[in-house]
Design a protein around this ligand. Sequence first.
Ligand code: PBG
Length: 324
Amino acid sequence: MLKRPRRNRINPAVRGLVRENELLVKHLVWPVFIEAGQGICTPISALPGVNRVSVDVLLESLKEATDLGILAVALFPKIEDRLKNSSASESVNPEGLVPDAIRRIKEKFPHLCVITDVALDPFSSDGHDGIVRENQIINDETVEALAAMAVCHAAAGADVVACSDMMDGRVLGIRQALDEVEYINTLICSYSAKYASAFYDPFRVALDSAPRAGDKKTYQMDPANSREAIMEVLMDQDEGADWILIKPGMPYLDIVSLARQTTHLPVAVYQVSGEYAMIKAASLAGWLNYEKVLMESLLCFVRAGADMIFTYGALDAARLLKQS
Ligand code: PBG
């Protein structure tokens, strides 16, 4: 035998020298669930280890996160039922939960990158990412609402607005609205290829944001499609997106890799709630090692081409990276 690939795996030194990819703490984005109030820390049943917290509690854990080297946090608000309506008007309240959280985080952690979610579902009494009329999701009117929401977040100090809604033309709409009021340095992370996935259920439980009727298949993508993802990535790039995001993560690594080959923009991936829940549940049953499976899954995102990884395990991963 002239070729023995095992020679390159012979000991830790050789394996280290030939290692192609590395997971770093700077790759991690920590998604957090927030709610109004004081001193609140509510466990989320479908996401063991993840809590929904009031901003004061969040600020305490951000101290640990930043000490561990985490550079970015993504905010997801649970909005009280009494504030929800069909136009999702609370999404542009400058004194609302999200703008308040942004200001308080920025005051204490000015260098932490604050990413906000731009979509109507947590604010909408219909539980859809867009405005619903006669069972239709109204695209262009939604884009205007999203643009106003993005400006509201930027005004409060958000570094990155991340549109997770999948409306057509929303990146351009948001970019124009931001530029009009001279928020030229606010970045846009576009969920370019967000699939209509059954892996989001624990998230919807956490925020009570599930659609009240129907599903999201007229705007989120069909899991069967990949060429369509390339088209979405290129469109968002042309509309001025700064980052491209693929979601979910683990079952969609081929899409991450395609996105990496399609654009020179940074590519992010979201290891969504259902993925985290699967890993956690199996480890709680004693069937998988949570730490090892988490770290392996995150490394695989890097190998597939992701620059950034949104994961509920960000803090755990950061701790493990620090130990190693
Ligand atoms: C809402 C949004 C969702 C997620 C992120 N933003 C849910 C959805 O589209 O229904 C899912 C994230 C997760 O499951 O962790 N626009």
